[in-house]
Design a protein around this ligand. Sequence first.
Ligand code: KIV
Ligand code: ZN
Length: 407
Amino acid sequence: MNPNTIASPSTNSNIQVTAANKIIRIFDTTLRDGEQSPGATLRPEQKIVLARQLAKLGIDVIEPGFAVSSPGEFAAVQQISRELQGVEIAGFARAVRGDIDAAVKATMDATRRRLHLFISSSDIHLDFQLKKSREQVVNIAREMVAYGKQFVDEIEFSAMDASRTSREFVIEMVEAVIAEGATVINLPDTLGFALPEEYGAMFRAVRTGARGADRVQFSAHCHNDLGLAVANSLAAISAGATQIEVTVNGIGERAGNCSLEELVMAIETRKSAVGAQTGIVMSEIYETSRMVSRAMNFPIAYNKPIVGRNAFQHESGIHQDGLLKNRNTYEIMDPEAMGIPRNMIVLGKHSGRHAIKHRLAEFGIELNEEQMQDVYDRFKEKADALKIVPDDVLVRLASETTEQQHD
Ligand code: KIV
Ligand code: ZN
C-alpha cells in the first residue's frame, strides 16, 4: 500500500477516489484580488498571458480584473473574455450600477460568464465605511442583483466581511439576494479572522437557515492574515461549499489569499479524507507559479509549501538516506507530478556519505573507500563554509582526490 494513501480518520477506511467525491470548482482571482497585493500590478498584456496559463491549468472560473477601475483594466477583461473560450469569466463589480454596466460590457463576448457583485455585511463596515443601515444595505444588494440579472444569468453575490457579520444578518442578506436570482453565494473571510470551525459553522448555518439555499452553490473566499486561509477553505468544503476562491502563490492584499497550489494539493493528497477533487491539471502548477511570480515581480518564500525552493529538498542525512531507499519515507507528494524538477537532495553539512556517493554516481563518478573518505572529509569543510555544496564543487573535490592518487 502506498503509505501516502492514509485511512480516513473519520471513517477509518481506505476510500479511493470515487464518483462520491464532490467536485470543487476552482475560482481564480489572481488577476483581481491577487493584483491588489502591494506592488504586484500587471499590465493588460501580462494579464492576458497569465489568463491563458490559468486556462491551461484547468481553472473553472477566472476573475480577470475590475473592469470599471481603468480603461486598461476594462480592455484586459474584454480581451480575456473574447479569447478564453470555454472558461467561465467573472465580471467583478461593487453593488453599483456603473460597476455592473462596465463588468457586463467587458465580459459580453465570453462564451460563459458570471457577474460577481459584492457589498459589505459587517456592522463595522456598515457603520464606518458605507454609513448605511442593515436595511439599506439589504435593499441595495437586492436591487443590484435584480439589475445585474437582466443582463447575466449567473450571479455570484459576495457578502464582504461575512465572517465578522452576525449570523442572522448574513442569512437575511443571502435570502434576499437568492430571491432576486443570485446563483452563487460567496461568504468571504475578508480579514482572515475566522478559525476553521467558525468558518465551517457559518456555511452550515447559512445553508440550513437561508430560504432558497438549496438552489445555489456556496463559495469560500479566505484571506491569510492568520495563516488559516487553506484550513478555512477546507472547513468550508466540509460544510458544503463547492467553489473555492484562490490566487496563485497565495498572492493578495496584506498576507494574501488562499493559495491555489496549497489548496489543490491538500485536496489531491488527502482526497479520501477531504472527500473532494478538482479539475486542476497538476503538471501545470509549477509553471503557473513561476509565471505569476515573474510577472508580478513577487518572489516566492523558500519554504512556501509546494512551490518554494525548499519544498521538496532534503538536507538531513537521515532523511536523505531514507529517500534514497524509498521516497515515500519522507515525501507525501511527487514534485514531478506538479512539473517541479526533481532535485530532492541538497548537499550540506547534515548530508551523509550515502547521499554524496549517490550524487557522484549521477555524474558517473565512482570512488574507492579511501577516495570516498577523503572527499567526505573535505566536503564537510566546504559545507561548513558554503552551507550548501553545489554539484560542481563536489565534482571538483572528487577529481582532485582521484588526480592526487594518480600523481
Ligand atoms: O476579500 C473579499 O471580501 C473580497 C470580496 C470582494 C470577494 O475580495
Ligand atoms: Zn478578497
